[in-house]
Design a protein around this ligand. Structure first.
Ligand code: GLC
Length: 540
C-alpha cells in the first residue's frame, strides 16, 4: 500500500516556495471536514470515497494540499476526535482501501494530503481505556487516574474544568477519577508513560507508510501536564484558545515529544510535515512549536480572532511574522475551521459580512506564508444559526455550553448543486439539515459567475501561483505605506494590496494596476475609489 510520490508530479503542481526549501512554506491547504464534504453512499454522512470523487473541485480551486479531519474508528462522541483505533478507518467513512485510493488520487492531481492525529486523548472505547476501567494491572498508568478529594473522595482531584464545560474529571464506578480536558468520552493520555510515546510513533509510521504528506497535530499544546496536576486556584473555565498560562497547556515538555516526531517525519522521503494545533499565551511561545527541529507550522489563531479593525489586523500580522521569522518558519493564516463560527457571520453576516469575508480572504492570500481554507468558505457560506437542539451533536451542547461555544453551525454539509437540500452532498439527506436557500451558494451555481465568491477564490489562487511576490515567505514581510484612516496599504515585491475596512467608498491615489478585487473598484489610473469593506490586489 505504500505510495511512491513522484517528485515531478507534485513539484509541477506545487507553488513557488518549493524552490526555496519546502512545499509547505507558502502552501494553501484546504480543510476537509470529512463527514460534511461529500457523501458517496447515501447515509447522510460524508465519507472518503465522497472526498475522492470531489477532488477535482479542489484541484480546480487551486489549493496545494488537503487536510482531512479524523476518519478513524470512533464512537463519534466528538466528531471523530475520540479515536478508538488509530490505524483503521471508521465504517462510517469507508475502509483502509478508500484511504489508500484517496491518497493516490490526490497525488495524481498534484494535491498533498495531511491527516489529523489526536494524541492528547483517546476514546473511552480505545482498548487501553477499556482495560483501565476493567482494572487490568498497570493500564490506568496510561491515563491520569487519581483518587478524589474530600470525604469519601467525592470531589474531583483538582479544580480543572473541561474545555467543553463542567469538571475535567469523571468518576469511575470504583471511585477513582480520570482526567478529560474535553468530553468524558475523551480520557487524557499520560505522556510520561513510555508506551504512549512508542504507540504514537508507530501510528505516525503507519500513515506515513501509506503515503500521507503530513499530520495536523490535535491539541499539540496539551499532551504534557504540570507535575502534580496543581489547582489553577480560581476555578476558571479552561479555554482552548486563551492568553492565560494553564497547568495543562503549553508545558515545556511537549516540545520534546514534537521534536521526536520531527525526527520521525524527516526520516521519510518528503518533506512530510507536522502542523500544530497549538495555543500559547504569546506569539513568542507559539513560535517555539515551529523551531527548525520541531514542527513545520502552527495555526495562527490570533489572525482568526482579530476584529475587523485595521490597527488590530496590522498588529497581528506584524507580530505573527516577527515571531515566526525569528525561528525561520513561515507564518500561517486561517480565518475559519470546524471549531469556530464561520467568518462571514463573525464579520456581521448578510451582505456586509460576506463583503468583509471576501476582503479578508484576499488579505490572507496576499500575506507571506501558508494559508488554510475551510471547506465552504470558498462558497461564502455563513454559519447556520437556527439548527434545532435535537440535531446538535457538538458534545459542548450536552455539557451545557452557551450558543456561542457551539460548533455544529459551521459543520453543516456543503452544497454542490441543485436547488434543494441536500444539494448533491449525497442522495440520502445530510446529518445536519442544510438551509433552504443554499442552492444559489452551491459550487455549480457559482461556477462561471465572475461575481461569485468561488470564482474570487479561484482567481486569487491562480494569481498567487503566478505572482512570485505573493505568499512566498522568503520575499520578505509587507512594507506598510501610509494610507487614510481605516485603510491598510502594503507592498510586496511587484505587488500592492489595499484593504478598506470602512463601510463607505474611499478615494486615494492609485497604487498601481488593479488585478483582483473583492468588490469592483473604479480607477481612472490616477485615483481609485475603493469600495466599502473591500480588498484589492495591485500590480506595480
Ligand atoms: C481540537 C479539534 C476539536 C476537538 C478538540 C478535542 O481542538 O479541532 O474539534 O473537539 O481538539 O480533540
Amino acid at each position: 500500500m505504500t505510495h511512491e510520490l513522484t517528485a515531478s508530479r507534485l513539484a509541477s503542481a506545487s507553488s513557488n516556495a518549493t524552490a526555496s526549501g519546502g512545499w509547505w512554506r507558502d502552501a494553501v491547504i484546504y480543510q476537509v471536514y470529512v463527514r460534511s464534504f461529500a457523501d458517496s453512499d447515501g447515509d447522510g454522512f460524508g465519507d472518503l470515497r465522497g472526498v475522492r470523487e470531489r477532488l477535482p473541485h479542489l484541484a480546480r480551486l487551486g489549493v496545494d494540499a488537503v487536510w482531512l479531519t479524523p476518519f478513524y474508528v470512533s464512537p463519534q462522541a466528538d466528531g471523530g476526535y475520540d479515536v478508538a483505533d488509530y490505524r483503521a478507518v471508521d465504517p462510517l467513512f469507508g475502509d483502509l482501501s478508500d484511504a489508500d485510493a484517496l491518497v493516490d488520487s490526490a497525488h495524481a492531481l498534484g494535491l498533498r494530503v495531511i491527516v489529523d492525529v489526536v494524541p492528547n486523548h483517546t476514546s473511552e472505547q480505545h482498548p487501553w481505556f477499556r482495560e483501565a476501567l476493567a482494572g487490568v494491572p498497570g493500564a490506568r498508568d496510561l491515563y491520569h487516574f487519581r483518587p478524589g478529594r474530600g470525604p469519601g473522595g467525592a470531589e474531583p482531584p483538582n479544580d480543572w474544568k473541561s474545555v467543553f464545560g463542567g469538571p475535567a474529571w469523571s468518576r469511575t464506578p470504583d471511585g477513582e477519577w480520570y482526567l478529560h480536558l474535553f468530553a468524558p468520552e475523551q480520557p487524557d493520555l499520560n505522556w510520561e508513560h513510555p508506551e504512549v510515546a512508542e504507540e504514537f510513533a508507530s501510528v505516525l509510521r503507519f500513515w506515513l507508510d501509506l503515503g500521507i504528506d503530513g499530520f495536523r497535530v490535535d491539541v499539540a499544546h496539551g499532551m504534557v501536564k504540570a507535575p502534580g496536576l496543581p489547582d489553577i486556584g480560581h476555578g476558571a473555565q479552561a479555554t482552548l484558545i486563551g492568553t492565560e498560562p494553564l497547568p495543562f497547556f503549553d508545558q515545556d515538555g511537549v516540545h520534546e515529544i514534537l521534536r521526536s516526531w520531527r525526527r520521525l517525519l524527516d526520516s521519510y522521503e518528503g518533506p512530510r510535515i507536522g502542523v500544530a494545533e497549538a495555543w500559547a499565551p504569546t506569539s513568542e511561545r507559539l513560535a517555539l512549536y515551529v523551531r527548525p527541529d520541531e514542527l513545520h507550522q502552527a495555526f495562527n489563531f490570533r489572525f482568526l480572532n482579530c476584529p475587523w479593525d485595521p490597527a488590530a489586523m496590522r498588529k497581528v500580522i506584524d507580530e505573527s511574522l516577527a515571531a515566526t521569522s525569528s525561528v525561520g518558519a513561515p507564518t500561517t493564516w486561517v480565518l475559519s475551521n470546524h471549531d469556530v463560527v464561520r467568518h462571514v457571520t463573525r464579520y456581521g453576516g448578510g451582505e456586509r459580512g460576506l463583503a468583509r469575508a471576501r476582503a479578508a480572504a484576499l488579505l490572507m492570500l496576499a500575506l507571506p506564508g501558508s494559508a488554510y481554507v475551510y471547506q465552504g468558505e470558498e462558497l461564502g457560506l455563513p454559519e447556520v444559526l437556527d439548527l434545532p437542539d435535537s440535531v446538535r451533536q457538538d458534545p459542548a451542547f450536552a455539557r451545557g455550553e452557551g450558543q456561542d461555544g457551539l460548533r455544529d453551525g459551521c459543520r453543516v454539509p456543503i452544497p454542490w448543486s441543485g436547488g434543494e437540500a441536500p444539494y448533491d452532498f449525497g442522495d440520502g439527506g445530510s446529518w445536519l439539515p442544510q438551509p433552504a436557500d443554499w442552492g444559489g451558494l452551491s459550487v455549480a451555481a457559482q461556477t462561471g459567475d465572475p461575481h461569485s465568491t468561488l470564482e474570487l477564490y479561484r482567481a486569487a489562487l491562480e494569481l498567487r501561483r503566478a505572482l512570485p511576490g505573493l505568499g512566498a515567505p522568503d520575499a520578505g514581510p509587507p512594507t506598510w505605506l501610509s494610507a487614510p484612516k481605516d485603510v491598510l496599504l502594503f507592498t510586496r515585491p511587484g505587488f500592492a494590496c489595499t484593504l478598506n475596512t470602512r463601510p463607505a467608498v474611499l478615494e486615494l491615489p492609485s497604487p498601481g494596476r488593479p488585478v483582483l478585487s473583492s468588490s469592483p473598484v473604479e480607477t481612472d489610473g490616477r485615483t481609485v475609489r475603493l469600495p466599502p469593506d473591500s480588498c484589492t490586489w495591485w500590480a506595480l
